[in-house]
Ligand binder design. Structure first.
Ligand code: F6R
Length: 267
């Protein structure tokens, strides 16, 4: 795991943007896994800006949304499909046929989940999966106790997740209790994972995921087992980490390692 601690939210988003930009330079038809929620909005804004300025071209990009509320049509104002269209997909030059998302009202749920998994495989898998983290450590809507082997499926949201997402809904409107989400097994197959977190209310989830044991009680702790994961945090989200100095040291020495290994190879 690479732990990158930045000063503020804007710096988190800039770091994530550069990682995605570099990948796009190597692979124009990259496959991006996209989370909803507040956390990745700044990254999407930077990608949109770069696309508008002609620096990055998304005509070959493919996207897969991470999750969706069960029972909400794609056109529902609070569906994740609406959210992603509004905050990202509609603002870039992506082809419609390259936008993939889970449907909130599929005819056959199991078949829909299975087809989604197959679709991800058919494009060669996800190159970069963007994740936020719930204050209970969830990734996607894989709540605590989710199996590390889980695939895309229906999950029941915890009361805390329902409460955390209530502000997206109008007064008196109920937050759905069920959702469809890529499984932890699905997420772990992404080639690179970027998990972003900012703010004090993420500090427990962050320290438990990075420095605690790998346990289904903290779903994001599974990322300790992924070969290429970058966790990008602001000072508040990182505040309980014990090995902060080491993470800074590693980050600042990164260029040095690259130079050193190059030198060893050529000698
Ligand atoms: C979003 C998702 C969730 C959020 C998490 C953090 O698609 O599946 O895991 O990433 O709940 O939400 P925010 O970013 O709103 O704090």
């Amino acid at each position: 795991m690479e732990i990158i601690i930045k000063n503020d939210y804007d710096e988190i988003c800039t770091e994530a943007y550069h990682i995605i930009y570099q990948k796009w330079q190597q692979k124009n038809n990259m496959v991006l896994g996209c989370a909803t929620g507040r956390t990745p909005l700044g990254v999407y804004a930077k990608l949109i800006d770069s696309n508008k300025k002609g620096k990055i071209n998304f005509s070959e990009l493919k996207v897969f949304s991470l999750d969706e509320y069960l029972g909400l049509k794609e056109t529902h104002p609070q569906s994740f499909a609406t959210y992603m269209n509004k905050h990202f997909y509609q603002q870039i030059n992506i082809k419609k046929e390259n936008i993939h998302g889970l449907k909130g009202m599929p005819e056959d749920i199991d078949e829909h989940c299975w087809v989604y998994e197959s679709l991800i495989k058919s494009v060669g898998g996800i190159d970069i999966q963007i994740l936020g983290i719930g204050s209970n450590g969830h990734i996607g809507f894989n709540e605590p106790s989710s199996s590390f082997a889980s695939r895309t499926r229906v999950k029941t949201l915890t009361k805390e997740t329902i409460k955390a997402n209530k502000h997206y809904f109008r007064d008196g409107e109920e937050v759905p209790r069920y959702c469809l989400t890529m499984g932890i097994g699905t997420i772990m197959e992404a080639k690179t994972i970027l998990l972003l977190a900012f703010g004090k209310n993420k500090e427990d989830a962050v320290v438990n995921s990075i420095e605690g044991p790998v346990t289904a009680s903290v779903p994001a702790s599974v990322l300790q087992l992924h070969p290429d994961v970058k966790i990008i945090l602001d000072q508040e989200a990182a505040s309980r980490l014990k090995r902060k100095d080491y993470y800074h040291w590693v980050y600042n020495k990164k260029k040095g390692i690259e130079r050193y290994t190059k030198k060893l190879k050529s000698s």
